[in-house]
Design a protein around this ligand. Structure first.
Ligand SMILES: Nc1ncnc2c1ncn2[C@@H]1O[C@H](COP(=O)(O)OP(=O)(O)O)[C@@H](O)[C@H]1O
Ligand SMILES: [Mg+2]
Length: 506
């Protein structure tokens, strides 16, 4: 018998080596190599898909995030201390989902949809993946319906439309959250459902917001998704996607929803932390290279669907916190470039008592103008330009040069416009009342009123219109425009009020 050739032997050996690792099944089951800071590395799991839900012992769940040659990097949701090196991990074949539906309204939940408000289990028979590709252009239609914020300066000059993405940007303590919360409160009695996503805020702050919404009767149509500063970075990272999924469900049911992401600066920090722990290559400012994509794919999910798709909408109000009014940072510029407009808030204005601290010159809404009601357009057409010019003029006139009459008149008018656009928190103003005030000030009815009395005058005027000429505001509210006959009635009423107004504020 001839000896086996060396080629034959090596082929048998090769076969055995190739089949060697099939003894242990590594496709759907893996082993924890290391764990900490909400991140685990797992050996095996070669069948895991990106963003697949993983099952750890003790009911801890994870998300496959980094797929490498032999290992998988995963985010951990739950108590990481219950997991040890060597523990078994299984694929589930599912992606990450949150409960959705109307049972969530009035509730406070974490990023996984678990209740945080002690009001019992969440009633929901439906879930949605937290990540989804945004609706393509063919499913969308132009934005034509306004989101009434109830804030005079915004509804008149920076109107937001349903389906739009409008960024609220400014330093800390400039009233960013206040604008978002007031907008939610103003939806009372309307048909816009709200989702407020708190990312990386102090738990006490979130509790305050929930209580404010509750007291204002706004919680009934609102879902609060909270991932506070005390929550692990993975929870903060997925929170906005979860909130977005809840909003998308409302949109796809043919209704309108508004989602606030407060704030995406802290979301970017959470994503940076997760990425560094997963040893992803760091780019500028140590952010991962795809931090831009992580925000754009979130904001792209805001849309106004076509009527044959149900006609629903999802409006997004992302918030970015800047430092030293620097809007040219990496994260701010990214988010500015993927939104349809920005509301710039400034500390200088805030401390000067101009609240909301809106910088009119650089704030814009690129699509909302088309959604503004005609009545508002009739009175606010030139407001933005006038106010921006006034602020420039006011800065210039401080130098103390002699002013000609026209300039002085422009300054006086501007000061009164600025004054009536000031608005305290939690006092949303309905559209018709906003129109009355703006009409009065732009038509010179406040020119004789002392500056420090302008707001008292406004209150008196509103009271007078409600008592003596309620039909004017009613007509504006129902017609959504100022018809010729309404204009006549308004002018006559304002003339009559001249004397009464002077007495009211004396
Ligand atoms: N329009 C306003 N009028 C008066 N106070 C306001 C107004 N908007 C906000 N504030 C107050 O200013 C502070 C900062 O507001 P907040 O919305 O929390 O700022 P940010 O979210 O930008 O840090 C809060 O104490 C808030 O009550
Ligand atoms: Mg805030």
């Amino acid at each position: 018998m001839a000896a086996r050739s060396s080629a034959e032997i090596s082929s048998i050996l090769r076969q055995q080596i190739e089949n060697f690792d099939q003894v242990v099944e590594t496709t759907n089951v893996g082993t924890v190599i290391d764990i900490g800071d909400g991140i685990a590395h797992i050996w095996g799991l070669s069948d895991a898909q990106a963003m697949e839900l993983l099952e750890f012992p003790n009911q801890v769940m994870g998300l496959a995030f980094n797929l490498e040659e032999d290992t998988v990097g995963a985010m951990i949701f739950g108590d990481g201390s219950l997991i040890a090196e060597g523990d078994e991990v299984r694929c589930t074949g599912r992606v990450m989902e949150v409960p959705v539906g109307d049972g969530l309204l009035g509730r406070v939940i974490d990023a996984l949809g678990r209740p945080l408000d002690g009001k019992g289990p969440i009633v929901s028979d439906k879930t949605r993946p937290i990540e989804k590709i945004a609706h393509g252009v063919i499913y969308r239609q132009p934005v034509t319906t306004p989101v009434q914020t109830g804030i005079k300066a915004l509804d008149s000059m920076i109107p937001i439309g349903r389906g739009q993405r409008e960024l609220i940007i400014g330093d800390r303590q400039t009233g960013k959250t206040a604008i978002a919360i007031d907008t939610i409160i103003n939806q009372k009695g309307g048909n816009l459902f709200c989702i407020y996503v708190a990312i990386g805020q102090k738990a006490s702050q979130v509790a305050n917001i929930v209580e404010t919404l509750d007291r204002a009767g706004a919680l009934a149509y609102t879902v609060v998704v909270a991932a506070t500063a005390a929550d692990p970075a993975p929870m903060q990272y997925i929170a906005p996607y979860a909130g977005c999924a809840i909003g998308e469900e409302i949109m796809e049911s043919g209704r309108d929803a508004l989602v606030v992401y407060d704030d995406l600066t802290k979301h970017a920090w959470a994503y940076r932390q997760v990425s560094l722990l997963l040893r992803r290559p760091a780019g500028r400012e140590a952010y991962p290279g795809d931090v831009f994509y992580c925000h754009s794919r979130l904001l792209e999910r805001a849309a106004r669907l076509r009527d044959d798709q149900g006609g629903g909408s999802l409006t997004a109000l992302p918030i970015i916190e800047t430092q030293g009014n620097d809007v040219s940072g990496y994260i701010p510029t990214n988010v500015i470039s993927i939104t349809d407009g920005q509301i710039y808030l400034e500390s200088d204005l805030f401390y000067a008592g101009i609240r909301p601290a809106l910088n009119v010159g650089i704030s814009v809404s690129r699509v909302g103008g088309a959604a503004q009601t005609r009545a508002m357009r009739q009175v606010a057409g030139r407001l933005k330009l006038d106010l921006a010019q006034f602020r420039e003029l006011a800065a210039f006139s401080q130098i103390g040069s002699d002013l000609d009459r026209a300039t002085r008149a422009q300054l006086e008018r501007g000061m009164r416009i600025q004054e009536v656009l000031k608005q305290p928190q939690y006092h949303p103003v309905p559209l018709a009342q906003q129109v009355l005030t703006l009409w009065a000030v732009t038509n010179g009815y406040l020119d004789e009123v002392p500056i420090d009395k302008a707001r008292a005058w406004e209150d008196a005027f509103q009271g007078y219109m409600e008592r003596s000429h309620p039909q004017v505001a009613q007509a504006i509210a129902t017609d959504k425009q100022i018809s010729d006959s309404t204009l006549e009635a308004l002018r006559a009423a304002a003339e009559q009020f001249k004397n009464e107004g002077a007495r009211a504020i004396a």
